[in-house]
Design a protein around this ligand. Structure first.
Ligand SMILES: [Zn+2]
Ligand SMILES: [Zn+2]
Length: 137
């Protein structure tokens, strides 16, 4: 099926051709800094399934704890974070679920895994049923 998404201003849109995705929260410090929020919610999909259909995102390379590059793609106009490509997961893209259209930001009501729970704010509880990884697994 096709999932679509966009940034806040609509300058960037994308489409994903995938039957399913892995739903993952990431509580790492970089995700907090990037979004200004407590965590990112992600639909993790095969990298080849993601196509930008309008505009050109900017990118910023952050160096992860592994020493590998985490490429952050965002709208140059409104600043929405759209997706990340991690050098440690060369075949996958972590689409920021809040940018998905049609209520898909809900991730089907299910979170399969939480990363970097060691950095999760103490006011948030673990998601029931989600695998808990202290760092990146
Ligand atoms: Zn935008
Ligand atoms: Zn993170």
């Amino acid at each position: 099926m096709t999932f679509t998404g966009s940034c806040m201003c609509g300058g960037i849109t994308y489409a994903i051709e995938a039957d399913k995705y892995l739903s993952a929260l990431c509580h790492c410090i970089d995700c907090q800094k990037w979004t200004g929020g407590a965590f990112t919610s992600n639909a993790v999909v095969p990298r080849a399934s993601v196509k930008v259909t309008k505009g050109t995102p900017n990118s910023y390379d952050a160096t992860g704890k592994s020493g590998k590059i985490n490429k952050h793609f965002f709208c140059p106009t409104c600043g929405s974070g759209l997706y990340t490509e991690l050098e440690v997961m060369p075949d996958m893209t972590c689409v920021k679920a809040g940018t998905l259209d049609g209520g898909e930001a809900n991730l089907g009501g299910k979170v399969e895994i939480e990363f970097y729970v060691k950095d999760r704010p103490s006011y948030l509880a673990p998601v029931a049923g989600a695998k808990q990884e202290p760092m990146f697994g």
